[in-house]
Design a protein around this ligand. Structure first.
Ligand code: GLP
Length: 240
């Protein structure tokens, strides 16, 4: 993996936004894979600023988000759909009907997963996938396990992830125990991948990305198999 080490979160956010801008300059109708979590928020802020200054145009972009809690309704402020609206979509000129997030409120979740993968394929596949990383090395909600899934699927969340994400909820009990997430295949099929990692709490996961080994115990290590994956981290995540 190519690694870019930034002095701080601000620089990481700018580096990420510049890669998105380069992608959209080259292909204005790009298919972007987007992520939630606190890490990409700074990058989204830079993208909003560029869009508002007229430097970055999202009018032809399609986006697919990695994951969504299950069960949850899209208007729930804790949902990832709501997160994307507030942190990006409602501030830029993206066509809302071309922004996709897995549905967290369907009866037939298996059907929803198949539909989501088919929609990504029908759009032509993801050009640039943005990823954060869990403290345990998860990407999307592909949690450490003996086996990982290729396709979009319903997954239980590990205790570590529930605890890490509890800060966004009133209490740990309120964190949904399941999520719908893109699988490893949709992520690895993206033509370019950028993984953002910030802060000392990500040092363990980032360290696992810096040697030559891959393991399903740290799903992000599979990105080492990708020909065009870029790790953008700050010094705290890199050095611990
Ligand atoms: C969640 C998301 C991941 C994200 C992770 C890290 O679990 N499903 O996509 O990478 O959180 O979040 P943060 O950036 O807040 O540390």
């Amino acid at each position: 993996m190519k690694t870019i080490i930034c002095d701080n979160y601000e620089e990481l956010s700018l580096q990420g936004a510049k890669l998105i801008a380069a992608q959209l300059t080259q292909k204005p109708d790009s298919i972007l894979g987007l992520a939630t979590g606190s890490t990409p928020v700074g990058m989204y802020q830079k993208m909003i600023e560029m869009n508002q200054k007229g430097e970055l145009d999202f009018s032809a972009v399609t986006s697919f988000n990695l994951d969504e809690y299950f069960p949850i309704t899209p208007d729930n402020p804790q949902s990832y759909r709501y997160f994307m609206e507030k942190n990006l979509f409602e501030h830029i000129n993206i066509r809302r009907e071309y922004t996709f997030v897995p549905a967290g409120n369907v009866e037939n979740v298996e059907e929803e997963c198949l539909r989501y993968d088919a929609a990504i394929d029908a759009a032509g596949g993801i050009d640039l996938q943005v990823l954060g990383i869990g403290q345990n090395g998860h990407i999307g909600f592909n949690e450490p396990d003996d086996y990982l899934y290729c396709g979009t699927h319903l997954t239980p969340l590990t205790e570590s992830t529930i605890n890490a994400n509890a800060r966004f909820f009133d209490s740990t009990d309120e964190v949904p125990k399941h999520a719908v997430t893109m699988g490893m295949k949709s992520i690895l099929k993206a033509r370019t991948i950028i993984l953002l990692a910030s802060g000392k709490s990500k040092h363990g996961a980032v360290s696992a990305l810096l040697d030559d080994r891959i393991t399903t115990d740290c799903p992000a290590t599979l990105l080492k198999l990708h020909p065009n994956a870029i790790l953008i981290c700050d010094k705290d995540a890199y050095n611990g």
